[in-house]
Write a protein that binds this ligand. Structure first.
Ligand code: ADP
Length: 187
C-alpha cells in the first residue's frame, strides 16, 4: 500500500535524517525541497541561479519556483509507492496548493508528522552543522520565517488531516523510535 507522509518542523529539527530513515524502511522516495534546491544551486541551473540569494539570506524561495518543482517531482514514476515530503509545504499557500494537486492526482497525505524542538536548541545545532547557509544571522532569519510562515501550516493540517507532534529534542534513536511508533499506530 502506498504511504504518503508530510514532515513538518523547524530548520535543524532533524527532519532530513529522520526522513531518510523512514524512506529506507518503507521504500518510498525522500523528497527534500532543500536538497533539490541545493543541487540546483551547485549545478548552476536556472532554478539554482534564481534560488541562491534567497537561500543564503535565510528567506523562502518564491512559491512560483517551488510549486513547479514539487508538481514536477510528484509526477515521477518513483512516487507510485508514496513519498515523504521534507521541507515542503513551508507556508499556507504551498499547503493549499499541495492539497489541490493531490486531489487532482486522486491522492491523499496519510499522515503529517510534526517534529518539535525549542529554538535555543535549534540555534546551537545549526551552528554546529556548518552548512554554507548556516551562519548566526541566517539561522535567526530562518527561525523567524519558520515561526511566521510555517507554524500556520501546522494549524492548517491540524484541522484537516491526521497530525502528530513528536518531541525532537531527544537522541536520534529515540526520535526514530517515536516516529516509527506513530506511523505503525496509524494515528
Ligand atoms: P532547513 O531545514 O535548515 O531550513 P532546508 O534544506 O529545508 O533547510 O532548506 C534550505 C533553504 O531552501 C531554505 O532556507 C529556503 O531558502 C529554501 N527552501 C527549501 N524548501 C522550501 C520551500 N518549500 N519553500 C521555499 N523555500 C524553500
Amino acid at each position: 500500500m502506498a504511504m504518503r507522509l508530510i514532515f513538518l518542523g523547524p530548520p535543524g529539527a532533524g527532519k532530513g535524517t529522520q526522513a531518510q530513515i523512514i524512506s529506507e524502511n518503507h521504500q518510498i522516495p525522500h523528497i527534500s525541497t532543500g536538497d533539490i534546491l541545493r543541487a540546483a544551486v551547485s549545478q548552476k541551473t536556472p532554478l539554482g541561479k534564481q534560488a541562491k540569494d534567497y537561500m543564503n539570506r535565510g528567506e523562502l524561495v518564491p512559491d512560483a519556483l517551488i510549486l513547479n518543482l514539487i508538481q514536477d517531482r510528484l509526477s515521477y514514476e518513483d512516487t507510485a509507492n508514496g513519498w515523504i515530503l521534507d521541507g515542503f509545504p513551508r507556508n499556507v499557500n504551498q499547503a493549499a496548493f499541495l492539497s489541490e494537486l493531490l486531489a487532482k492526482l486522486d491522492q491523499n497525505a496519510d499522515f503529517v508528522l510534526n517534529l518539535e524542538v525549542p529554538d535555543e536548541v535549534l540555534v546551537s545545532r545549526l551552528l554546529e552543522r556548518k552548512r554554507k547557509d548556516d551562519n548566526e544571522e541566517t539561522i535567526r532569519r530562518r527561525l523567524e520565517v519558520y515561526h511566521q510562515d510555517t507554524v500556520p501550516v501546522i494549524n492548517f493540517y491540524q484541522q484537516r488531516d491526521a497530525l502528530k507532534t513528536i518531541d525532537g529534542d531527544r537522541t536520534m534513536e529515540e526520535v526514530a523510535d517515536q516516529l516509527n511508533e506513530a506511523i505503525s499506530s496509524g494515528f
